[in-house]
Ligand binder design. Structure first.
Ligand code: SAM
Length: 286
């Protein structure tokens, strides 16, 4: 079995296969030996679990997942990594690599086809250029998954795990809170990767809620209002909602008053249930 965090081993494998890192594909591979075992350990998987990994690289996290899970299916876009993974994961018979773009993958069909009835988890060191679309797809598609454990840039982690109603919250925070309970697991320094990125990272886990925490009658309207409300952070909630949603300002102000909020209330101070109440009021006045 290869030591996939040993720099000499990695360099040897990469040079034998003529592999060069692609910045465009977000290829920063983990070389800190403590990170992947800890990520796999804290992702919640056990010997009965199915795991989807996004982006295998040379398989350093894949191997840790394969040691602990029943089955690992890894979606990797870069076909140049396939012969490398054939070699580095040769000892595992519970790993399947799918050479595809995760954003073009039908994950619901994949789960049904590959995992038949197993509790399914997602665990990945995400390519940073697609952090938001991947997380939003995983949450919004209401996939039958238990938890999503991902490494993201530290700034993104702060936003994803922020309490709704605090300064760091944004529209993505509201979505994450609606579909899951997010927690920060641990920090990872830039030096833990090869090549080292410019910024530090953080591993977070989103435990998927079976039911949303708050009841919303019109989800599409709620998220449209949330995107508008957080779209122009320097404006008051009434200004950003009315311009972002194209709703007359009088209606938004009336809704804000009926909710009992001050007219100059700012979006960042509104909590989850308050945002829900506001969207219900706006809907009722339209
Ligand atoms: N898991 C490895 C590790 O931790 O060292 C590699 C992580 S690296 C940050 C991201 C990986 O995602 C790369 O292997 C890259 O080729 C792959 N990737 C990039 N874009 C992708 C996409 N759209 N779909 C699937 N994989 C992608």
């Amino acid at each position: 079995m290869y030591n996939l965090t040993d720099i000499g081993t990695i360099k040897d494998i990469l040079s034998r296969h003529g592999f060069h890192f692609s910045k465009a594909l977000g290829q920063n591979f983990i070389v800190n030996p403590s990170v992947c075992p800890r990520m796999a350990q804290e992702s919640g998987i056990d010997g009965e679990s199915g795991v989807i990994e996004i982006g295998a690289g040379i398989g350093v996290l894949t191997a840790e997942l394969a040691k602990r899970a029943k089955k690992v299916v890894c979606i990797e876009l870069d076909s140049k990594l396939l012969p490398i993974l054939d070699e580095t994961l040769a000892d595992f018979d519970n790993v399947e690599i799918i050479n595809q773009d995760v954003l073009k993958t039908d994950l619901a069909a994949l789960i049904e086809e590959k995992f038949g009835g197993m509790p399914v988890y997602v665990c990945a060191n995400l390519p940073y250029y697609i952090t938001s679309p991947v997380i939003m797809t995983l949450l919004e598609s209401r996939l039958p998954i238990e938890a999503v454990t991902v490494m993201v840039q530290r700034e993104a982690a702060q936003r994803l795990c922020a309490p709704v109603g605090s300064r760091n919250a944004g529209a993505v925070t509201v979505a994450v809170n609606y579909y899951s309970e997010a927690e920060k697991l641990f920090d990872v320094s830039a030096g833990s990767f090869m090549p080292a990125p410019k910024v530090d990272s953080c591993v977070i886990r989103m435990n998927i809620r079976k039911e949303p925490e708050i009841k919303i009658s019109d989800e599409a309207m709620f998220f449209k209002m949330v995107r508008a409300a957080f779209g122009q952070r320097r404006k008051t909630a009434s200004n950003s909602i009315s311009s972002g949603m194209g709703v007359p300002k009088e209606i938004v102000i009336k809704a804000i008053e009926e909710c009992g909020f001050p007219p100059s209330v700012r979006t960042e101070s509104l909590k989850m249930d308050e945002l829900a109440l506001l969207s219900e009021k706006i809907c009722s006045l339209l």
